[in-house]
Design a binder for this molecule. Structure first.
Ligand code: ATP
Ligand code: MG
Length: 769
């Protein structure tokens, strides 16, 4: 036990060894919150206060859950199987699988990812002749998810406006459709669990008694429904229930746009009469300049619970700031700096390149590819979301649950087998008429349509029958072949990658079977037989149908069902593919909780970061600032920031001003790499220094780049893009573009409230600021 606790500071030690009551650990980035949470689990078990089965821990991503389990297995010589560690979605999936009957779900219910959900909504709008200009599918998607995140069913929505009424009506139809198909969306996993537990008292009591300790990481980003669920499990207002141990950082609350409510922290303190509130202020992650930058920046936010961070690691190096002429040049600069870092011995996987919007990654990726540097993108199109993989998954889904209409429509005519749009329309008509799934409607079809659809059903049934006795990876292989997918892509001109991706699915299945501990001998039965083979549900003392507490999850599911859930849940996880020796590209949102030796924060421009959408919301810029705080605090030793004078985004060239966040960072912690910037941008209105090529070269940047930039900005007008100017009539402004050469140059200038003007530079009386 000594081992477990010996590397903790006094506050951490106090937090880890708190008595079994509800507690809130409020602490800044890198102060060891996640470490404390993990160590507390190990300590509780090691001191015999709870068995592994009495632990529920909630993490923000599947990857974080895996990491926590790995750590715990290393710390503890006990079987960690019985612990429930996962994301809210993963844990709810597990609960609903175990109690599918009570939750009124088919045993092989399937999970819709956001993409499937959207296509289902589009079908629903079409089937109901709803004008999708007036009621766009994406708006309805948002409406439904938002309502569910708040715990509201269609009839709970307060619908005063006609549009809300219509949306609520469609929400109701959507839910009915999901139920018919045996599918649930991500938000439904939570809502269904919440409803199940609130209505079913014996079941609720069972879990309240079982989970003596519920521990939640990243608590600041829980939404209303998640908090309500935690309250149920922890027995709020009831006689029994475990202790809720929450760790979080209000300054890192960055998911308000998805319904996260940082107010849950104070609500928790109040609701659970939290007496144990511990703050951790020692940061173990970052060097001084990095931490100073984070502290300084976040102090510009008004509503904070208040805490600071200090480090013993020394100031380290300053934050390097670079102004690029364009996004292309920004990418080149990143590559040069990354190469320097690697030459210093920093592994590629310890270098992260962060951006605010996914769209920014294209240019960076392209440059990395051209430079031959391996990289991984999180949050892009992940493996399980690729078209060919989704097609293969759809066949497997149909074998497991033929009533999944999304899966049916995806592959009924893929690869093409002569089933036309007309046939599908007729089939949809029949399904609508009888209120059944497409699959179940096939027998009602006659003639040519009937026979071609019949052949498809036969194909699916045949594959199911043929693979019944096979282990999961074998099953996947047979399906890839029988479906015709492999042949289809092999015949495609550039299908080699896709064939490779499909073949990887066999490996993914093999890895899954191994990691989840499905016995090698156990045949991958489908349907109810699997349950009998793998482990019976038993009735517990309190009359609840449960699994043996130590039984692994798969006992309630066939390996195929488990694998399909895994695929859907992982498709929704922004951090699915960490750990390769490659540069790490990701949005700031998906960097939460992670740390790297070196971090680049790119695109620090007004409109991009802070994002333009933030100006429309009350707390918008504060939320962006928290996001910037998250970005800064990912870095251990080196931090870089960059912005550009112009960039292509969504097909437009934009000229943005540098981010306001630069004015909110401590001067002494920044090192400006481009000297022209120094004179110009410093907040205290120092005079602009003219563009100085020689100085720029001295700053150590690649000569070729320097020349390119000189050519670009050397328009001979004597002015440059980004300069602040003043005009007698229009006031102060910023030059956003310059056209034409010396003598005939015209500048496009943003005068703020006076608007955008184009002025002839040989005539206009402009002053430098
Ligand atoms: P975030 O807010 O970013 O999620 P966090 O508060 O969860 O951060 P951790 O990730 O738990 O912080 O810890 C940050 C780093 O500091 C980790 O590398 C961790 O191993 C290390 N660390 C935490 N506590 C100590 C300690 N007492 N001694 C040495 N290293 C520590
Ligand atoms: Mg953490």
């Amino acid at each position: 036990m000594q081992n477990l606790l010996q590397n903790l500071n006094p506050e951490q030690l106090a937090a880890v060894t708190l008595p079994p009551q509800s507690a809130l650990i409020l602490a800044g980035a890198g102060s060891g919150k996640t470490r404390v949470l993990t160590t507390r689990i190990a300590w509780l078990i090691q001191t015999g206060q709870v068995s592994p089965a009495g632990i529920m821990a909630v993490t923000f991503t599947n990857k974080a859950a895996k990491e926590m389990l790995t750590r715990l297995s290393a710390m503890l010589p006990v079987n960690t199987r019985g612990m429930w560690i996962g994301t809210f979605h993963g844990l709810c999936n597990r609960l609903l699988r175990t109690h599918y009957r009570d939750a009124a779900l088919p045993q092989a219910f399937q999970i819709l990812d956001t993409q499937d959900q959207l296509s289902m909504i589009k079908r629903l709008l079409k089937a109901n002749n709803v004008d999708d200009e007036k009621y766009p599918a994406k708006d309805l998607l948002y409406f439904i998810n938002n309502a569910k995140d708040q715990g509201l069913r269609a009839h709970d929505v307060e619908a005063y406006e006609p549009i809300t009424r219509k949306f609520a009506e469609l929400y109701e139809l959507y839910d009915q459709q999901c139920q018919r198909e045996g599918v649930v969306d991500f938000a439904e996993l939570l809502l269904r669990t919440y409803e199940l537990l609130s209505r079913n008292q014996p079941l609720r009591h069972h879990y309240q008694m079982r989970f003596k300790h519920i521990l939640v990481d990243e608590f600041q980003d829980t939404n209303d429904l998640q908090y309500k669920l935690l309250k149920l499990l922890a027995g709020y207002g009831e006689a029994q229930g475990g202790a809720l141990f929450a760790v979080g950082d209000d300054d890192q609350s960055i998911y308000a746009f998805r319904g996260a409510n940082v107010g849950n922290m104070s609500a928790f303190e109040r609701d659970f009469h939290v007496k144990n509130l511990i703050k951790l202020e020692q940061n173990y992650r970052s060097h001084g300049h990095i931490l100073d930058s984070a502290n300084y920046l976040i102090s510009y936010n008004a509503k904070r619970l208040g805490k600071n961070l200090r480090t013993d690691q020394g100031q380290g190096e300053q934050v390097r700031v670079y102004e690029a002429s364009s996004d292309l040049e920004e990418a080149q600069w990143i590559i040069e700096e990354a190469k320097n870092l690697m030459a210093d011995g920093i592994p590629r996987s310890e270098i992260a390149i962060l951006y605010r919007s996914n769209a920014q990654s294209r240019v960076i990726e392209h440059a990395l590819f051209a430079a031959g540097l391996p990289y991984t993108v999180y949050g892009g199109l992940r493996y399980f979301q690729r078209a060919e993989v989704k097609h293969a998954i759809a066949y497997l889904q149909l074998m497991d649950n033929p009533h999944n209409d999304s899966a049916f429509l995806r592959v009924v005519n893929f690869p093409t087998r002569g089933i036309g749009a007309r046939t599908i329309e007729m089939l949809q008509g029949a399904a609508e008429q009888y209120g059944i799934s497409l699959y179940a409607s096939v027998p009602y079809m006659t003639g040519k349509a009937g026979s071609s659809l019949g052949a498809f059903v036969k194909l699916v049934e045949g594959a199911r029958f043929e693979t019944q006795q096979l282990p999961l990876p074998e099953m996947v292989r047979v399906v890839l072949e029988r479906s015709g997918l492999l042949t289809h892509y092999a015949n495609e001109k550039e299908g080699a990658d896709r064939v490779e991706n499909l073949e990887q699915l066999v490996d993914a299945a093999a890895q899954f079977v191994q990691e989840e501990g499905f016995g090698q001998q156990a045949p991958a039965h489908l349907g109810p037989q699997a349950q009998a083979q793998a482990g019976e549900l038993v009735v517990s003392e309190d009359g609840v149908e449960i699994l043996d507490a130590d039984a692994p999850l798969p006992a309630v599911m066939s390996p195929l069902s488990a694998f399909l859930s895994h695929a859907s849940l992982e498709a929704g996880d922004a951090q699915a593919q960490v750990g390769q020796d490659a540069l790490q590209l990701m949005t700031v949102h998906s960097a939460k909780g992670l740390e790297f030796d070196a971090v680049f924060i790119t695109g620090l421009e007004e409109g991009l970061f802070p994002h333009e959408s933030s100006s429309r919301e009350a707390d918008g810029v504060d939320e962006e600032r928290r996001l910037m705080y998250v970005a800064i605090t990912r870095a251990r030793r080196r931090l870089y920031m960059s912005f550009t004078q112009q960039r292509m985004l969504h097909g437009q060239t934009r000229f943005n001003m540098k981010s306001r966040f630069f004015d909110e960072l401590p001067d002494e912690s920044l090192k400006w790499l481009s000297p022209r910037v120094q004179g110009h941008w410093f907040a205290n209105n120092k005079k602009t220094t003219a563009w100085d090529d020689a100085q720029f070269r001295n700053a150590g940047t690649d000569n070729k780049i320097a020349q390119q930039i000189t050519q670009k900005s050397g328009n001979g007008s004597g002015w440059r893009i980004g300069e602040s100017v003043s005009h007698a009539k229009f006031g102060e402004g910023v030059i956003v573009n310059i056209e034409g050469g010396a003598g005939a140059a015209r500048a496009q200038i943003n005068f703020g409230s006076a608007g955008m003007k184009v002025l002839d530079l040989s005539v206009a009386k402009l002053e430098r600021l």
